[in-house]
Design a protein around this ligand. Sequence first.
Ligand SMILES: *Cc1c(COP(=O)(O)O)cnc(C)c1O
Length: 429
Amino acid sequence: MKKQGIGTRCVHAGYKPGKGEPRQIPVIQSTTFKYETSEQMGRLFDLEDTGYFYTRLQNPTNDYVAAKIADLEGGVGAMLTSSGQAANLFACLNICEAGDHIVSAGNIYGGTFNLLGVSLEKMGIHVSFINADDPEDKIAAAFRPETRLFFTETLSNPGVEVLDIEKCARIAHEHGVPLIVDNTFPTPVNCRPFEWGADIVTHSTTKYMDGHGVAVGGALVDSGNFDWEAHADRFPGLTTPDASYHGLVYTKAFGRAAYITKATTHLMRDLGSIQSPQNAFYLNLGLQSLHVRMARHCQSAQKVAEFLSQHPDVAWVKYPGLPGDADYAKAQKYLPNGTCGVMCAGLKGGRAFDEKFMDSLRLITIETHVADCHSCILHPASHTHRQLSDEQLRAAGIAPDLMRLSIGLEDADDIIDDIAQALEAAHKA
Ligand SMILES: *Cc1c(COP(=O)(O)O)cnc(C)c1O
């Protein structure tokens, strides 16, 4: 049968109600599940039978929604987490322990940069940050015998730089480790990293997947393609007996789903961080219109980027959909239907002008959030990093004039009018 289009799967994948069952995914708001005999319950704990027993590990609502995300990404399985941070933490901890090493792109979300560079370091997992745009041999030089994974973002937050996924997958595989891609900004509607060789995908579902600014959440998706047994000595957690399940070996028992099964049965069991079924329900509402919304975010962002790039007050615009952009060719290859609604821009007027501009905005709001239906703006120099001087900002890799703009679902003309009037007002103020 012909595979259904991504829009049809956004609406339907993961949940097929039977006769008389709820049309919408039901919220199963229950911590526990009932069994008839102690033998039935015992088999669950030996992972010999499938079934729900405790919502910290699995819940039907979460599983319907996770199955939809796995389908959209083209993976063998997925797990929902309480946040994007938890998804990235679990993606790493599932195959890393003290003494191991991670190679990561440097241009990643600040929270993830801190998670890897500070928190995992404190746990004895070492991280080398590289520039994913460097030539292959230069990136390859960062890999060590104890490297366990290569971490990247499809579209970097906030810089919206496009990852050369095929190149990074090649480097990872030459070193016998999986490529993990945080695919938050494009969503599977605009890019499916597994089709380009990535092995594991993560999401902050808080962003476009939810899309309405309602619920913090994350997802971890397994392609099922990485051959853990071919590199068995590097991944003992997957390829040697797990004493907490009577010596079960994940790769032997679960085959292509070994990684994602271990993430649930081991990490979720021990560390928690499950998404609440209520939040999974909200997430599914977002997913059901994701394909419609992403197209609109991209269409409006393209118009705003073009407007900004021609405005005399604007020094520079970074949006991969602009033909002159350094990432335009990569965007055409990996994200031919559009990237996302986020862009960066710098104004010519200096820090005081930037503040007046933002204070004059009437529709676009000042927020630390991105990637939902409301247009919003963040200026690190005035907000998240306001204690730093221009020199200190540059040393931290943040241009003092950088503004991150997230284009929502309002009419593009209204967003452009708002920017135009605020620039004018900033001159007068
Ligand atoms: C926001 C974000 C995260 C963190 O997700 P939370 O849901 O806020 O924990 C991780 N990666 C990227 C690319 C993000 O934009």
